[in-house]
Design a protein around this ligand. Structure first.
Ligand SMILES: [Zn+2]
Length: 301
């Protein structure tokens, strides 16, 4: 079994035939790791665009791939075949987030003639590393970049020309060596050739907005009093606003009013539930305070 860390560099180009911009792959970079995650081999192939004879300034600055480099490249189909031969069989391919996969599918549909990446098993390395970082105390604040993760994991990036495909792969390999956990890693391995893989990849999560939706678990739509722990009594119907189902709740024992809020996010695998309970008294007091401040304003001006 070999592990392939794959990193693609792509540039946005207008595709005349399809009348839209596509992210055309202009460089394939990859490293091959053995079962101990040591780097065995690496490859970097620059692609000669069939759609444009130039590259954008932003792309050139970010990747160091100039118009001249690109023009010395090989045609995309040849590059993909070269990569497939190099990768060989019985592989697990890893990319930093699934955006490389979307780009692969887009290029296979719109840019390549016949070439197809021969991916077998796949792991989203970003998902794996973010999970491990959470266990180390990292507080998620959106998706983390490769260099951001390296910094958190104290991996030295001095001298690595980041945003070139090969350097990004080497950095990802160092992270994998540092964070590898056999069971948690194995749980993330997916088979790209299975039907469910593409369904999951292209599935767009959405918020449930109808109470009658069978995926809405009504048993979850209850709250307990923050003061006494008793089950709250709902005193209004449910309203839907901004992804949230909202209703009023009351604790008889404490004579407290609450606003209970719950949202249901449907992902491919599960419904993720978030709940909030806000004391209504505090809300009232706050708005009263605001009103008072506003009324006081003219005096201070
Ligand atoms: Zn109570």
């Amino acid at each position: 079994m070999n592990y392939i860390i794959l990193d693609l560099e792509w540039d946005s180009v207008f595709h005349k035939k399809h009348r839209r911009f596509v992210n055309q792959i202009l460089q394939i970079g990859a490293v091959k790791l053995n079962e101990s995650f040591e780097v065995d081999d690496s490859i970097e192939i620059t692609i000669h665009s069939a759609l444009s004879n130039r590259v954008t300034g932003r792309f050139a600055r970010l990747t160091g791939i100039t118009k001249e480099n690109m023009q010395k490249g090989v045609p995309a189909d040849e590059a993909v075949e070269q990569f497939n031969r190099w990768a060989g069989k019985d592989t697990v391919t890893l990319t930093w987030s699934t955006s490389d996969l979307f780009t692969i599918y887009e290029n296979e549909q719109l840019v390549f003639q016949n070439a197809r990446f021969h991916l077998e098993k796949y792991v989203d390395l970003q998902a794996f590393i973010q999970n491990e970082m959470k266990l180390l105390g990292w507080q998620p604040n959106g998706q983390i970049s490769l260099s951001g993760a390296a910094e958190f994991l104290r991996i030295n990036t001095d001298g690595l020309p980041l945003h070139t495909a090969r350097a990004d792969c080497l950095l990802a390999a160092a992270m994998l060596q540092k964070c590898y956990h056999p069971d948690r890693f194995a749980q993330l391995i997916q088979d790209t050739r299975s039907e469910v893989f593409q369904k999951r990849l292209f599935f767009k999560p959405y918020y449930l907005n109808k109470l009658s939706d069978p995926a809405v678990d009504r048993k979850q739509m209850t709250f307990v009093c923050e003061n006494c722990g008793n089950c709250l009594k709902r005193t209004s119907g449910w309203n839907y606003r901004n992804r949230w189902f909202i209703a009023n709740f009351h604790c008889k024992k404490c004579a407290l009013d609450y606003s209970g809020r719950i949202c249901f996010r449907q992902t491919f695998d599960q419904v993720i539930i978030k709940k909030k309970l806000l004391p209504v008294v505090a809300e009232k007091a706050e708005s009263e305070q605001k009103r008072n401040e506003m009324q006081r304003l003219p005096e201070t001006m």
